[in-house]
Design a binder for this molecule. Structure first.
Ligand code: HDE
Length: 704
């Protein structure tokens, strides 16, 4: 009887054989060999005709090494090329059988392994992490009933309604084809030309121009399935669902000036942050949320659930949190895992199904297709990171990079020669069955009239933002459109914004030197503002995993450093000592302290808060150091908490940051004054950092 196909695990007998053949002094994995296992005696010199003669074609070791090197690159993803991944697990809080029969949603004791890849959309593989862009949030669940991929973004809506417009959108946002500029940026003519002609993109533009598009950390952003999917119970009853990921650390963003500076100073900022958090045991966590809508109630929402440019406000349908995702292991090899992972919205399991969202329907084709050129053929499911953890058997055979060695003569169904195996599985035993959806319509190319309204939810988003967030949206539109050279495009876009909000359009127009649009009516938004659309006040109020820089030099008060550090780290923060030079700084008393980085190596933009502990000599050195003053001013300008204890106040003074005096300290400036104990200062510091940014702060005077 033929054995049904299933890729073999890593072949243990081969390893055993290799080991037994190794010389006594070589353990497994120690001998350098060719890809064929031949041990290499000289990895420094190619085979030559004499010490100074030409290299011989016969050198199979050289040729194999160079040939492999020549082919190390595979095509980068056409979108979402830059990304970073992590392993983890998902656990449901309580059985969800009422909603879905998916096996991974039933048992709270069951940990389903996951691999997650975050990404930016527009940039190349080597582009910077902190650019203004949508972030991909793709989760691969290795369930015992097959792989389920939730391939989402950190923004709940999308630019377009129909997949047929996706190549146009991406061609518009990518670097312009004649000169390949700008990299990883939407701030150029072709993008704004396209979107200003596509009113359906207006809602998404509001999100992309908000601080959602410049997250502080991948660990501090939401995720969304975007499209409407279906959950299906064991009896086959289906309900519409929107998927959400809610970060337990809350949502936080960079400020635009900071994001741009980080792109130059640490282009790997988000990647490093994710990697380090996992290495340090600060495992990122998100709760899986669902918004469930009965199919016969969908029409009452007032918009079409199949339209990916619309969301369901959370104050209309609350998000039920049903489980938790934890990322707890970094990949061993970036290429093998993060680069070769292949997500596909069409990877679903029984208990989950699609809706007829025309954007989703197009994606169901695209993701399988793109792997054929990116990963070389139809066998990418056999690459370890893509393999299901459950057995898989079918009659698909051969093709480039086939790994499984399938025994037997039968590769067809029905068969009698292999006992009829592998055979279909009835729905009652876990076989996948699509939700039967009655369809009786003409074959037409037409956009449903229910997709026709484009501005009400853009206005809902605008009206749900705090004043500071609105300021940032105005600034982002002004920046991006300011980079657009064609005035007619700017004007067209401002006219579109006038449909969303007259104040928004007027302010952007003013910054662009254009007249405020007239004769355009704001859309009527029937929905009440939804607080969940704002990022303000999100999170649990803790300072877990926040990064704090201590500015120190020789003579620093070591006791203050130790006490403050213990207090902050006790609250879950991470402290680094930043000094003019690497090595150690001597303390006024006690042992010397190891320095983590210099001002240049870890600039203030890579921290959440800055502290200047006391120590007379340390402050003499820091005040004489222009870099230390600039460091503090920059942190202040980016609305971060700054603190000083003892003589540390001198550096605040040198930086022109008001601290003591009749007006008191500005918000987020914590000074040890008026006889406050170190512990009290530490508590105030923690409370201020927990607020993340202090937007009420006035600008610093230009010079001081
Ligand atoms: Fe994608 N998208 N996309 N997309 N997408 C890809 O697939 C595509 C869309 C998303 O980390 C590609 O394997 C089309 C929406 C993520 O590997 C490609 C359309 C959403 C990732 C592709 C969309 C996404 C991709 C490129 C319109 C949010 C990265 C490489 C119909 C719900 C996955 C690849 C990873 C990647 C096509 C729209 C999310 C070309 C045709 C909407 C997170 O197949």
């Amino acid at each position: 009887m033929a054995t049904p196909s299933s890729p073999p695990p890593v072949p243990a007998p081969h390893n055993a054989k290799t080991e037994s053949l190794l010389p006594d002094h070589c353990g497994e994995g120690e001998a350098l060999t060719t890809d064929q296992g031949v041990r290499i005696s000289d990895n420094q010199n190619s085979l030559r005709a004499g010490a100074r003669g030409p290299t011989l074609l016969e050198d199979f070791i050289l040729r194999e090494k160079i040939t492999h090197f020549d082919h190390e690159r595979i095509p980068e993803r056409v979108v979402h090329a830059r990304g970073e991944g992590a392993h983890g697990h998902f656990q449901v809080y309580a059985p969800q059988s009422e909603l879905s029969c998916a096996a991974f949603l039933q048992d709270p004791a069951e940990r389903t392994p996951v691999f997650v890849r975050f990404s930016t959309v527009a940039g190349s593989r080597g582009s910077a992490d902190t650019v203004r862009d949508v972030r991909g949030f793709a989760v691969k669940f290795y369930t015992r009933e097959g792989v389920f991929d939730l391939v989402g973004n950190n923004i709940p809506v999308f630019f377009i309604q129909d997949a047929i417009k996706f190549p146009d959108l991406i061609h518009a946002v990518k670097p312009e084809p004649h000169h390949e500029m700008p990299q990883a940026a939407s701030a150029h003519d072709t993008f704004w030309d396209f979107v200003s002609l596509m009113p359906e993109s207006t809602h998404m533009l509001m999100w992309v121009m908000s601080d959602r598009a410049i997250p502080r950390s991948l660990r501090m952003m939401e995720g969304f399935g975007v499209h409407t999917f279906r959950l299906v119970d064991a009896a086959g009853r289906a309900r519409f669902v929107k998927f959400h990921w809610k970060p337990l650390l809350g949502m936080h963003a960079l400020v635009w000036d900071e994001a741009q500076a980080i792109a130059g100073r640490d282009a790997d900022f988000h990647r490093r942050d994710l990697w380090e958090a996992i290495e340090q045991g600060d495992f990122p966590e998100w709760e899986l949320g669902v918004q469930v809508v009965e199919e016969d109630e969908a029409e009452q929402l007032g918009f079409d659930l199949l339209d990916a440019t619309k969301l369901i406000p959370e104050n209309r349908v609350p998000v039920r949190r049903i489980g938790k995702l934890t990322l707890d292991r970094n990949p061993d090899n970036f290429f093998a895992e993060t680069e070769q992972v292949a997500f596909h919205p069409g990877h679903i399991v029984p208990g989950i199904d699609f809706s007829a969202d025309p954007l989703l329907q197009g994606r169901l084709f695209s993701y399988l297709d793109t792997q054929l050129s990116r990963l070389g053929g139809p066998n990418f499911h056999e690459i370890p990171i893509n393999r299901p953890i459950c057995p898989f058997h079918n009659n698909q055979r051969d093709g480039i990079a086939r790994h499984g060695i399938v025994a037997g003569r039968v590769a067809y169904e029905p068969n009698s020669l292999a006992g009829g195996l592998p055979r279909e599985v009835p729905a009652a035993d876990g076989g996948f069955v699509s939700v039967p959806e009655p369809l009786a319509s003409p074959k037409i190319r037409v956009r449903s009239a229910s997709f026709g309204e484009h501005f009400a939810q853009a206005r809902l988003f605008w009206l749900s933002q705090s004043a500071v967030e609105q300021d940032h949206i105005v600034a982002a539109f002004s920046f991006e459109l300011g980079k657009v050279e064609t005035v007619a495009i700017r004007e067209r876009m401002v006219a579109t914004l006038a449909r969303v909000d007259a104040d928004l359009a007027g302010r952007v127009a003013g910054n662009l030197g254009l007249p405020a649009p007239s004769g355009v009516d704001e859309v009527d938004c029937p929905l009440p503002p939804s607080p969940e659309l704002s990022m303000m006040g999100s999170g649990d109020g803790s300072i877990r995993t926040r990064k704090i820089a201590f500015l120190v030099a020789d003579g620093v008060d070591g006791d203050e450093v130790a006490a403050l550090r213990a207090q902050l780290e006790g609250a879950g923060a991470r402290v680094k000592l930043i000094a003019p030079r690497l090595g150690k700084v001597t303390a006024a008393a006690g042992p010397a302290l190891p320095v983590d980085a210099t001002f240049a190596l870890m600039p203030s933009v890579t921290f959440d808060a800055v502290c200047v502990p006391g120590g007379e000599a340390s402050l003499d050195a820091l005040c004489a150091e222009g870099q230390a003053v600039r460091y503090l001013r920059e942190a202040y300008r980016h609305f971060k908490t700054v603190a000083a204890t003892g003589q540390g106040l001198r550096l605040l003074d040198a930086a022109g940051i008001p601290c003591t005096g009749p007006a008191g300290a500005p918000p987020g400036v914590v000074c040890q004054a008026g006889g406050a104990t170190l512990e009290q200062v530490g508590e105030d510091f923690i409370a201020a950092i927990a607020q993340h940014r202090h937007w009420q702060r006035a600008e610093l005077p230009a010079s001081c």
